[in-house]
Design a protein around this ligand. Structure first.
Ligand code: PMP
Length: 385
């Protein structure tokens, strides 16, 4: 078997595990304390902030640590809405992660003006579509469009979208959770005013993330009130060990960025070519768009993805159908529906995502297991039709 679900969560690197354990043993002080224990914890926290900033291409001052990217996305969207008092519209992409889309839906239910910008058939928010939405829903106060989609790996033209936003004087927030560590992400160069990251997608611990924000371009109300932690942006004693693990993972991700990209691209091409050669009618979602090197979203005709997923699990292979957050329900993925894929096709979607520990042998073994299982399900569907 093999773990091929890195977009759901990545296994922590051994160096991360070691340093988190060391921190829990020796670095457990409160960073706000003035004594030695506190100062040592503070120093670990600030080292992690520098490492995350280096991976993200921002200044350490722009990084506030959060309890994951779901919190970072909630914080920037709700913080904007509360600050703005509903004067201007919040515009979000049609294929955003639920932590953006559901937050937008909640705000709309509370009376805040919210709108969505559509994607094209490859899942991209084009600059023209953004311009059209800005004209239709103005005045817009914040745009949120992700860097890379978690289900399809499709990249958004973030810098071009930021340039359109800049013409209107509107800040852009981007959820870069899936892009970070898999491809170069440069906050300063992108033109975005805010960006969300998650530690566990890059080999750090779960429940740790960051909201990166240029406070001059995007003022928002704090999400958590209390002590003055994180420069008044996010109250609560910091998760020092988790944040330290985030920093170690960010440092490793930065060192390995180029090699990891090439490695993942090789595995992905082998997987997709192998499946295309197998004659099972596979369609690769977002094939014509720029994509993350590690992600394949595969549509398999006459296959119920949930059944395939369970069969693969019995054989020891971990993959996803649609998004992990939506599985368990038989609803087709909203991301694929927003791309115009019909729901019967969307029900046969399988997401395979690789990472630093994935080997070529694992991909071969996966193909050898997957192809006969797909054929069996397709035969059964044909015979029962
Ligand atoms: N955004 C994207 C694109 C994601 O893939 C995820 C994780 N599924 C999140 C946000 C939420 O991150 P976290 O698990 O850290 O809350």
């Amino acid at each position: 078997g093999a773990y091929l679900d890195y977009n759901a969560t990545a296994p922590p690197d051994p160096a991360v595990r070691g340093e988190v354990a060391e921190c829990l043993a020796e670095g457990w002080g409160n960073p706000s304390s003035v004594h030695g224990w506190g100062r040592r914890a503070r120093s670990r926290l600030e080292t992690a902030r520098e490492r995350v900033a280096a991976l993200a291409g921002c200044s350490p001052r722009e990084v506030s640590f959060t309890g994951g990217a779901t919190e970072a996305n909630n914080a920037v969207l709700k913080g904007f809405a509360w600050q703005d008092g509903g004067a201007r519209t919040l515009l979000v992409g049609a294929t955003e992660h639920p932590s953006v889309r559901e937050t937008a839906r909640y705000l709309a239910g509370r009376g805040f003006p919210v709108a969505e910008v559509a994607v094209d058939g490859e899942g991209r928010v084009t600059p023209a579509a953004l311009r059209e939405a800005l004209e239709a829903h103005g005045p817009v106060g914040l745009v949120s469009v992700m860097w890379a989609n978690n289900e399809t790996g499709v990249l958004q033209p973030v810098a071009e979208l930021a340039a359109v936003c800049a013409e209107y004087g509107i800040p852009l927030h981007t959820d870069a959770v899936q892009a970070a560590g898999k491809m170069p992400v440069d906050f300063a160069g992108s033109g975005a005013a805010a960006m969300s990251l998650s530690a566990h997608k890059i080999g750090g611990p779960q429940g740790v993330g960051a909201l990166i924000r240029d406070a001059r371009r995007l003022p928002v109300d704090p999400f958590l009130h209390g002590g003055g932690h994180e420069r008044e942006r996010r109250a609560g004693t910091e998760n020092v060990a988790g944040i330290l693990g985030f920093g170690v993972a960010a440092g490793l991700a930065r060192e390995r960025l180029e090699a990891a990209g090439a490695h993942a691209r090789g595995l992905r091409d082998r997987l997709e070519d192998g499946l295309r050669g197998a004659g099972v009618g596979v369609e690769v979602v977002g094939d014509a768009a720029e994509r993350l090197p590690n992600t394949s979203c595969l549509l398999l005709p006459d296959v119920e993805a949930e059944t395939l997923l369970m069969n693969l699990d019995l054989s020891g292979f971990a993959v996803s159908s649609g998004s992990a957050c939506a599985s368990g329900s038989l609803e087709p993925s909203p991301v694929l529906l927003a791309m115009g894929i019909p729901s019967n096709r969307a029900r046969g979607s399988l997401r395979v995502s690789t990472g630093w520990a994935t080997t070529a042998g694992e991909v071969e073994a996966f193909l050898e297991t997957l192809v006969p299982q797909v054929r069996r399900l397709q035969d059964r569907a044909v015979h029962s039709a």
